[in-house]
Ligand binder design. Structure first.
Ligand SMILES: CC(C)(COP(=O)(O)OP(=O)(O)OC[C@H]1O[C@@H](n2cnc3c(N)ncnc32)[C@H](O)[C@@H]1OP(=O)(O)O)[C@@H](O)C(=O)NCCC(=O)NCCS
Length: 170
């Protein structure tokens, strides 16, 4: 697609506009403080011209095992909390929507948590509205039992799906 994904550094953020003022403001004014305080990392998709086209934040979290359907929980050890990676925010600039960038950033996050030294069972997202829930469901995320707006995607299943997609492209 001509985009590359990398950690946010000294990239220009002032022009970023995804249509959700809270997500724009966070990216323009707050994200670097969160990175400095080690409460979140931020990764961006850069266009060939060097424009920030999309961003997401990634931090460690945990997923209560009671939020998984019983048929999934039964296959896991009875630890009350499972290790997870939190996508706190995800936004694509209006100029770049509908080109696969949102899903490319989720794939990037799966790769990063799969490569991390601490084990990560799943990615977790907080959807801000019903449209975001549908977007994440479309990518294979399932709602927590106790919070329909919180969703998770087991990393092992996501890697398997990506591997079979790569196989079918050969
Ligand atoms: C939601 C958002 C991240 C999607 O980004 P995007 O780059 O336009 O999405 P993609 O092009 O990667 O779409 C991937 C797939 O999801 C589908 N999709 C996108 N938005 C969807 C929605 N609201 N409901 C269902 N499916 C959706 C696309 O049709 C596409 O399907 P395909 O792979 O079968 O072609 C973007 O619209 C955005 O930044 N919205 C404002 C902020 C926001 O809502 N963030 C969500 C986290 S709170």
């Amino acid at each position: 697609m001509g985009f590359r994904i990398e950690p946010l550094a000294a990239h220009g953020r002032a022009a970023f506009a995804c249509g959700v003022p809270a997500l724009d403001r966070y990216f323009r004014e707050i994200v670097t403080q969160d990175i400095r305080r080690r409460v979140s990392n931020c990764f961006i998709a850069l266009s060939a011209e060097g424009t920030v086209a999309a961003y997401y934040t990634l931090a460690a979290t945990s997923l209560p095992i009671t939020d998984l359907p019983a048929e999934d929980a039964v296959k896991l050890p009875r630890y009350p909390l499972l290790p997870a990676g939190l996508i706190g925010r995800l936004a694509v600039d209006d100029r770049f929507k509908g080109q696969g960038l949102g899903s490319a950033l989720i794939v990037d996050a799966i790769g990063r948590v799969a490569r991390a030294d601490p084990a990560v069972f799943a990615l977790v997202v907080d959807a801000k509205d019903e449209a975001a829930v549908r977007f994440y469901q479309h990518l294979g995320f399932q709602s927590f039992i106790s919070h329909p707006m919180k969703l998770y995607l087991p990393v092992a299943a996501a890697l398997k799906r990506l591997a079979s997609q790569a196989q079918s492209l050969k």
